[in-house]
Ligand binder design. Structure first.
Ligand code: 87F
Length: 528
C-alpha cells in the first residue's frame, strides 16, 4: 500500500483498527455507510473483558459474542450456533472418514436405558450414579419403571454385542455412534468444557485378541492427537492414566492431555480405553475360536466430545475475541469492501466478487461482507471477534493498483497482494497462520511443564500454575496422599497422565512424594 493511499485512508478512517477491545466503550456516534443512511453506532458489541484480567468472564463473553453459544434456560445446557457447530462438523468429517478407513461402522443405539441394563455392571456405574438423569413421568402419569438417559452407552450396546457375537467370524465387531449424552454434573457448568448434555462420538469394539485391541487403542489415540494438534492447533501430551485416574471399568486408559495456561489447569482432551475382558465377563460376550473353544472377547471404547471446541477457544482466543485455526474455521477469509464517498459501490462489489471467486476456486471458504449498513471499521471488529483467520480489504486505490490488502487475525500483520496472486497467497497465509498458532501455543505450553525431583519444588511449581513432571513410585496410596496434601480452594493436584515420551530415569531416582524408588515420570497438575 502506498503512503499516499494510507494517508487518504487515515483521513477517511476506513482502515481504523478495532477500537472495541479497548477499555473505554466507544462513544456513540453517527456514521455514514455505503447506503447513505445514517446509523447509530452500536456500543458494547465487542469484548469488554480482558483474557488476563478475568479469564472466566472473558471465556463466557467470547463464546457468546462470537456467535458460538446461546445460553439456555436449563442450567448446564447450551445452544451450539452454526458458528461452533460447523467446527464440530469439520472434526466429525475428519474422524468419521478415518475410522471408516479402519473398518469401523456407524450405527445408532437408543437414548434411553432401562434401570436393569444400567445397573447390571455395578462397579461401572457406582461412582457415576449421581450424574444419571431419569425420566419418571409421561404427562402426569408416573412411569411404572423409570428410564435413564444414557450418560455413555456400554450398558445399551453390550447386551446386544453378546447377542451378535457367536463365533470368531463375527469378530472384530467395531461400532461407533455420533450422539448426545447427558451427565447431570453438579460442578459449575461451562460451555463446551462441562455441560450437562454434550455431543460426542463413542466407539465400542470387540476383538478376539488383546493384541488387536491394544493396536486399535493406539491408532485411535493418534487420531485424537491429530484433532487437537493438526486441526485445533492445540498441543497435547499423550500418555496412560494412573490406576486412580483410569476408567474404573476398564483395563487401562490412554489419553491426550491439554493445558490451559491462564488457569494453570490440565484438561483431559479425549480418551481411548482398553476394557480388557471386564465388560465381556459382565455382559457374557463370548466367542467360539477356530478350535471350538469359548473365550471372552477383548474390548475397547473411545470418545471425544464437543469439549475440544472449548479448549481451542481458551488456547487461542485474545482480547479481541475468538481466533480460529484455519483448518476448522467456517469462514477462512472474509472480504470487506472499503468504499469512499464518491466511489461507485457496485464497482467495489464487482472487485470483491472477482477475488471471492478466485479464492473459492482454490478451495478456500470465503465470505463477502457487503452489508451496506455498517462501516468497514465496524466490520473489521466484528470478524475479529468471530475469529476469522484472514481478512481481505478492497478499496478504490487497491482496485486501481490491481491489488488487495490481507490482514492476519493471529498477529495482525498486513500485506498488499497483487490480484493475480491472491489465491496462492491466501492459501499460503492460512497455512502459515495454522502453523503459527500451534507453534505459539506449544511454546507457551512447554514453558508450563516444570520438571521437579522434590516435594518443595512440586508445590512451588503447582502454585506457579504449572504442570509438574516428577519421578513417581506409581503407588495408588501415594497419589491419594498427594491429592489430600494439595487439597485447597483451587482443587487438589492429581496425575494427568504418565507420558508415553519418558525422560531418562537414572537408577536410584526416588519418588518426589514418597521417597520410594521411582518407577516412571508422571505429569501432575490441577485440572478441569
Ligand atoms: C457418568 C454417568 C454414568 C463417565 C459417567 O470414556 C456413567 C459414566 O461410565 C461413565 N461418566 N463414564 C465413563 C465413560 C467411559 C467410556 N465410555 C465410552 C469413555 C469413552 C466412551
Amino acid at each position: 500500500m502506498s503512503s499516499e493511499a494510507n494517508q487518504e485512508e487515515l483521513q477517511n478512517g476506513t482502515r481504523s483498527t478495532n477500537k472495541q477491545g479497548s477499555k473505554k466503550p466507544p462513544k456513540e456516534k453517527k456514521e455514514t455507510v455505503p447506503s447513505g443512511k445514517e446509523v447509530k453506532k452500536e456500543t458494547k458489541l465487542g469484548m469488554t473483558v480482558k483474557k488476563n484480567e478475568n479469564f472466566g468472564d472473558w471465556y463466557s463473553e467470547v463464546v457468546v459474542k462470537s456467535g458460538m453459544i446461546e445460553y439456555y434456560d436449563v442450567s448446564g445446557c447450551y445452544i451450539l450456533r452454526p458458528w461452533s457447530y460447523a467446527i464440530w462438523e469439520v472434526l466429525k468429517d475428519f474422524f468419521d472418514a478415518e475410522i471408516k478407513k479402519l473398518g469401523i461402522q456407524n450405527s445408532y443405539f437408543p437414548l434411553f436405558v432401562s434401570e436393569q441394563a444400567l445397573t447390571k455392571e455395578k462397579d461401572h456405574i457406582e461412582g457415576f450414579a449421581p450424574e444419571v438423569a431419569w425420566v419418571t413421568k409421561s404427562g402426569n402419569t408416573e412411569l411404572e419403571v423409570p428410564i435413564a438417559i444414557r450418560p455413555t452407552s456400554e450398558t445399551v450396546m453390550y447386551p446386544v454385542f453378546a447377542k451378535w457375537i457367536r463365533g470368531h467370524r463375527d469378530l472384530p465387531l467395531r461400532l461407533n455412534q455420533w450422539c448426545n449424552v447427558v451427565r447431570w454434573e453438579f460442578k459449575h457448568p461451562t460451555p463446551f468444557i462441562r455441560s450437562r448434555e454434550f455431543l460426542w462420538q463413542e466407539g465400542h469394539t470387540a476383538f478376539a485378541t488383546k493384541e488387536e485391541a491394544d493396536e486399535e487403542v493406539k491408532i485411535v489415540l493418534e487420531l485424537y492427537r491429530k484433532i487437537y494438534e493438526e486441526y485445533l492447533a492445540v498441543p497435547v501430551v499423550k500418555g496412560i492414566k494412573s490406576e486412580v485416574e483410569k476408567f474404573a471399568g476398564g483395563l487401562y486408559t490412554t489419553t491426550v492431555e491439554a493445558f490451559i495456561p491462564n488457569t494453570g489447569r490440565g484438561i483431559q482432551g479425549a480418551t481411548s480405553h482398553c476394557l480388557g475382558q471386564n465388560f465381556s465377563k459382565m455382559f457374557e460376550i463370548f466367542f467360539e475360536d477356530d478350535k471350538g473353544e469359548r473365550s471372552l472377547v477383548w474390548q475397547n471404547s473411545w470418545a471425544f466430545t464437543t469439549r475440544v471446541i472449548g479448549v481451542m477457544v481458551m488456547i487461542h482466543g485474545d482480547d479481541k475475541g475468538l481466533v480460529l485455526p484455519p483448518k476448522v474455521a467456517t469462514v477462512q477469509v472474509v472480504i470487506i469492501p472499503v468504499p469512499y464517498k464518491n466511489v461507485d459501490f457496485n464497482q467495489m462489489l464487482d472487485a470483491c466478487n472477482e477475488v471471492s471467486q478466485k479464492l473459492e476456486s482454490a478451495g478456500l471458504r470465503v465470505k463477502q461482507d457487503t452489508r451496506d449498513n455498517y462501516p468497514p471499521g465496524w466490520k473489521y471488529s466484528d470478524w475479529e471477534l468471530k475469529g476469522v483467520p484472514l481478512r481481505i480489504e478492497i478499496g478504490p486505490k487497491d482496485i486501481e493498483n490491481k491489488q488487495v490488502r490481507m490482514v492476519r487475525r493471529d498477529n495482525f500483520e498486513k500485506e498488499d497482494v497483487p490480484l493475480e496472486k491472491v489465491a496462492q497467497r491466501a492459501a499460503d497465509l492460512l497455512d502459515e497462520i495454522q502453523a503459527n498458532l500451534f507453534k505459539k501455543a506449544k511454546e507457551v505450553r512447554d514453558l508450563c511443564i516444570k520438571k521437579v525431583f522434590t516435594w518443595e519444588d512440586f508445590i512451588e511449581a503447582l502454585n506457579d500454575k504449572k504442570m509438574v513432571l516428577a519421578p513417581w513410585c506409581d503407588d495408588v496410596e501415594v497419589e491419594e496422599d498427594v491429592k489430600a496434601r494439595t487439597k485447597g480452594d483451587t482443587g487438589a493436584a492429581k496425575t494427568l497422565c504418565m507420558p508415553f515420551e519418558q525422560p531418562d530415569l537414572p537408577d536410584g531416582t526416588v519418588c518426589f512424594a514418597s521417597g520410594k524408588p521411582a518407577k516412571r515420570w508422571a505429569l501432575w497438575g490441577r485440572s478441569y
